[in-house]
Design a protein around this ligand. Structure first.
Ligand code: MG
Length: 397
């Protein structure tokens, strides 16, 4: 909670469904505030700084990483929560933790690890985020993980297969019974989408892979560009882009607020349990979804599937596949802590180890493992390795 009184349908820290291991109260902090603080201090959060969003981490200092992405999500989510009198600490905690389980190299890394783990229950970055906060962080004397509140864990777990849901017990039950999470969780998920749509436009332009001309073919962008040019004549391109993007973000947020308020007015949930039983209440309007579609299509065709991005990501997939195969075949290559934590040295231990790697640590680990054979030589000649080895030394910690 921050600021004024909470809406009846907000999550309430004092009425939390609790932590897996009972702890004395966090007062004067709220329980959700304590969760947020634990997330900011954990190791996986710091590693987000060196994990790919769209561009591999070392391709440039100005591109978003998972860390800056997560902070932007939290900023947008808090703004939305405040307007709806929801719990800002909870939505911030969910936003900051939502990508903790991401592999190195963004979706390419996730795809590769998921294919490697297919025979052993698969790998899914969202479920891995929960695994990080529930089990993998080793910081506290009394428990593994961060021992977060149910509401924070519920918000981190955005989707889940029926088999995984059954294995998760109470937390997984909503996926089997088709119930919703809190409004804070629903809105953090949409704040994620608002954040990446816009920062990917910015990074795409900065990289030179997207052009202003291409963006002007999208009404959502062109409408705001026209307004900005009418207000400021002869604005330098970087300022123009920022002025346009901030207006686009505001339009998305205002639409989300209006549509969500309409849903809330129709259902009139009296508490968080009513939110969980209602259909999804946080939503963009259909008009907004249609207006954003051409922007997403442009980002897909010109940025995410750009030959330069795809070439780097193909290399990244090969690195993850090779790491997995070698570490599974020769588990003594794993650091002691990963062998001990998982009791048996199995595929899940290898998967956890790889998922925790930063981009450049994965590249160094690959080179360490493959020695000076042809695989290492091929990687060194690839665009993926270009900047990683010039970066300052890194360790697994
Ligand atoms: Mg995200």
């Amino acid at each position: 909670m921050t600021g004024g009184a909470l809406a009846p349908y907000a999550a309430r820290a004092a009425a939390s469904l609790g932590r897996r291991f009972a702890e004395p109260p966090a007062a004067p902090r709220s329980e959700f505030q304590r969760d947020r603080d634990r997330i900011v201090h954990c190791t996986a959060f710091r590693r987000l700084e060196y994990k790919t969003q769209v561009f591999v981490n070392h391709e440039g200092d100005l591109f978003r990483t998972r860390l800056t992405h997560s902070i932007e999500v939290a900023q947008i989510a808090r703004s939305i929560a405040r307007r709806l009198a929801l719990d800002e600490d909870l939505i911030e905690a969910i936003s900051l933790a939502h990508d903790l389980g991401h592999t190195p190299f963004g979706h390419a890394g996730q795809d590769a690890l998921s294919a490697c783990m297919a025979p052993w229950g698969g790998f899914e970055h969202n479920l891995q985020s929960l695994r990080v906060v529930d089990e993998l962080e080793q910081r506290y004397g009394a428990f593994d993980g961060l021992n977060l509140c149910f509401e924070t864990r519920e918000g981190i777990l955005k989707h889940c297969s029926p088999a995984n849901a059954r294995a998760l017990g109470e937390l997984g039950r909503r996926f089997l019974e088709h119930r919703q999470p809190s409004l804070e969780a629903q809105l953090a998920n949409l704040a994620d989408e608002i954040a990446y749509d816009h920062h990917d436009v910015d990074d795409g332009l900065r990289s030179g892979l997207l052009s202003l001309d291409e963006l002007e073919s999208v009404d959502l962008f062109a409408d705001h560009a026209r307004a900005v040019r009418a207000r400021f004549a002869d604005l330098a391109p970087r300022r123009l882009v920022h002025e346009v993007l901030r207006r686009m973000i505001s339009e998305r947020i205002e639409d989300l607020l209006a549509q969500t308020r309409t849903g809330l007015a129709a259902v009139a949930p009296t508490d968080i349990d009513a939110v969980r039983l209602a259909p999804p209440l946080a939503a963009f309007s259909d008009a907004m979804l249609a207006r954003v579609r051409p922007l997403k299509q442009l980002l897909h065709s010109r940025l995410y599937r750009h030959a330069r991005v795809v070439a780097v990501m193909d290399e990244a997939r090969a690195v993850v596949r090779e790491l997995f195969g070698r570490l599974l075949a020769e588990p003594t290559l794993l650091p002691d802590e990963h062998r001990i934590r998982n009791n048996a040295i199995g595929p899940r231990a290898v998967s956890d180890y790889i998922a925790g790697m930063t981009d450049r640590f994965a590249i160094r680990e690959y080179l360490r493992i493959s020695g000076d054979g042809p695989a290492a030589a091929a990687l060194l000649a690839s665009p993926l390795a270009a900047g990683a080895l010039a970066a300052r030394p890194v360790s697994a910690g």
